[in-house]
Design a protein around this ligand. Structure first.
Ligand SMILES: C[S@@+](CC[C@H](N)C(=O)[O-])C[C@H]1O[C@@H](n2cnc3c(N)ncnc32)[C@H](O)[C@@H]1O
Ligand code: SF4
Length: 368
């Protein structure tokens, strides 16, 4: 599998109440210098062949059109993108126009991921989003009109007080647009978010589980393959960049908080934007940590990442590719989860069952 490239753009117009990502507000004046930093960081991989690119954040769509063009010119001056590379760009509907969509298309971007979250305006306000559902619709139309044929929509579910009817309404409004890909995330209240500080809770795990079941039924009935825990795609539109993460592939991460993985060597940058920015000026590096995974660790990680894919994991193939065999304790745990109906085997593949899916975090913790 080809190396993936992740580029983190941390700028956001305001921090959504549920968000705990590495973002910064009011630092746009530093964006030009930050884009230069990304190129400096990238120099150490000069010539690397890239199969997928993901520009995420933060809100990359907050960059100006000139900055977006400069970003891709900079990346292309260092890396060699495959002819059929999947090049994704995250869009916050708040600032997106047909003109920006056309700039992205000229830069070679061929997949957009739009943060819709919900189609309920009151809920959007309660989440701290500054756009309405109508603005999201216009962003989607702008993307289509500019010729994008691979669009993903991000939605949240499992807010406190969300009714089944509100959930179905969100799903129906999403399906009417017929996006190629949909990500559905159960709301989590994470330390570092305003919801956490204000002690706002998400719906109970039982309700989130129930809603998740409804989501799977609705989307699969509409022709979307449920190919990863939170991700659904029309045939041929699974996100190649993310599949590479779940398959333990190599990826290079540039920018604040970005993680990289190259053949068992994992390393990551300063997550706080201003720290990253200062260190890049002083040292041309913002490395915050690194680790070398042992073959045994790589094997276990392949298992927990692989189980996120509904297709599961070919345990023998992983053994061969890493050059290490499963330890008896892990085999026993897998057996116990299988007996309990949480994992199942079909042919060479070990996969999570529908019941196991709702307990996957716990299963993964016990397998690591
Ligand atoms: C980096 S953000 C996406 C792009 C853009 N910044 C936006 O919000 O429109 C990626 C996605 O993660 C999801 N997400 C963020 N915080 C979350 C949380 N606390 N719980 C569940 N999903 C979350 C949202 O659906 C969001 O669209
Ligand atoms: S959810 Fe998206 S737009 Fe909102 S603060 Fe987080 S990264 Fe920024």
């Amino acid at each position: 599998m080809k190396t993936g490239l992740y580029v983190h753009i941390p700028f956001c117009p305001a921090k959504c109440f549920y968000c705990s990502f590495a973002v910064c507000v009011g630092q746009e004046a530093k964006a030009d210098a930050y884009l230069d930093d990304l190129v400096v960081e990238g120099q150490s991989y000069a010539g690397a062949r890239i199969g997928t690119v993901y520009v995420g954040g933060g809100s990359p769509s907050q960059l100006t059109d000139a900055q977006i063009s400069a970003l891709f010119a900079g990346l292309r001056s260092i890396f060699s993108f495959d002819k059929n590379a999947e090049i994704s760009f995250e869009i916050n509907p708040e600032h997106f126009s047909r003109v920006t969509a056309e700039v992205l298309s000229r830069c070679g971007v061929n997949r957009l991921s739009i943060g819709a979250q919900t189609w309920d305006d009151r809920r959007l306000r309660n989440l701290g989003r500054r756009h309405s559902a109508d603005i999201t619709l216009r962003a989607f139309a702008a993307a289509r009109n500019a010729g994008f044929k691979n669009i993903s929509l991000d939605l949240l579910f499992g807010f406190s007080g969300q009714t089944r009817r509100a959930l179905i309404d969100d799903l129906k409004k999403t399906l009417v647009l017929s996006p190629e890909h949909v990500s559905l995330y159960a709301l989590t209240v994470e330390p570092g978010s305003r919801f956490f500080r204000d002690k706002v809770s998400a719906a109970s795990p039982e309700k989130q589980t129930l809603f998740f079941g409804e989501i799977i039924d609705e989307l699969t009935a509409a022709g979307y393959a449920h190919y990863e825990v939170s991700n659904f795609a029309k045939p041929g539109f699974a996100a190649r960049h993310n599949l590479n993460y779940w398959e333990g592939g190599n990826y290079i991460g540039l920018g604040a908080s970005a993680h990289s993985h190259l053949d068992g060597h994992r390393f990551w940058n300063e997550p706080v934007f201003l720290k990253y920015f200062k260190r890049m000026r002083a040292e041309n590096s913002a490395l915050a940590g690194e680790e070398y995974l042992t073959p045994e660790q790589r094997l276990k990680e392949s298992l927990v990442f692989g189980l996120r894919k509904m297709a599961g994991i070919d345990m023998e193939a992983v053994e061969k590719s890493i050059g290490c065999v499963w330890d008896p304790a892990t085999r026993e745990r897998i057996e116990a989860f299988s007996v309990a109906g949480l994992l199942s085997r079909s042919g060479k593949m070990l996969r999570v069952t529908r019941r196991g899916l709702f307990l996957l975090d716990e299963i993964s913790r016990r397998l690591l």
